[in-house]
Design a protein around this ligand. Structure first.
Ligand SMILES: [Zn+2]
Length: 224
């Protein structure tokens, strides 16, 4: 970018951090001092807003919650450890379970969708759940429970005002949000959840673009 546009100021940040910035500047996070933005897609990540700014940690790795272990005997993650949250509960895990349930004859909806399209995604599982498919609902609830369990730990640790959930998998419907909410509220301490909001990001897919624009603007107008 610098070579091509020599006058440009180039700033780089990861997807979930800029989504958190978008939510804080133009979404449901306006006016909040401390909140978490959880992105659930092919992986799971967390943007941390602390004292009104993104908290990045000593080396920029803060919020890498997708590799928190939820099952020591679970499948091996691409990071090399086993049973990480994202290998157990993110989009590809939801799709893989859907394929297994369809192949086992446990879901007519998912089997039909698989035959029709040749593959299954988390969105198909959301459609099946909305149509009342039992296997799909079980898959989504299990995923929501695991994510909520980790969020409860984060809430106990960080006591945020709100948690906003975005990313591709958040588009699969309210069954996921309600099981995430349930697991978080059940496992976190009562004091830290008294005022806690857990919601889907109202900006949806635009959160990252809006956050990227704000990040650029702030850099352009920053006083050295
Ligand atoms: Zn991992």
């Amino acid at each position: 970018m610098r070579r091509r546009f020599p006058a440009a100021q180039v700033v780089i940040d990861n997807d979930v951090n800029i989504m958190a910035i978008g939510e804080q500047r133009a979404g449901a996070g306006r006016g909040l001092e401390s909140f978490l933005f959880i992105k659930i897609g092919t992986g799971i990540g967390c943007g941390i807003i602390s004292h009104g700014a993104v908290y990045r940690g000593a080396d920029g790795c803060a919020g890498d919650v997708g590799h928190i272990c939820v099952d020591y005997n679970g499948p091996v993650c691409h990071c090399g450890n086993s049973g990480c949250l994202e290998i157990m509960a993110a989009g590809p895990a939801i799709a893989a379970q859907a394929r297994a349930r369809a192949a086992a004859g446990e879901s007519a909806f998912l089997a039909a969708r698989l035959a029709d399209r040749g593959e299954l995604t988390a969105v198909d599982v959301g459609d099946a759940a909305a149509a009342g498919d039992r296997a799909a609902n079980e898959i989504i609830r299990a995923s929501g429970r695991m994510i909520g369990g980790v969020l409860a730990t984060l809430v106990n640790f960080y006591n945020p005002q709100a948690i906003f959930i975005g990313g591709g998998v958040s588009g699969i419907g309210h069954a996921l949000l309600s099981s995430i909410r349930q697991a978080t509220l059940r496992r976190a301490t009562a004091l830290s959840t008294r005022h806690l909001r857990i919601e889907y990001s109202p900006l949806g897919a635009d959160a990252g673009v809006i956050g990227g624009i704000w990040l650029g603007l702030e850099n352009v107008f920053a006083v050295e």
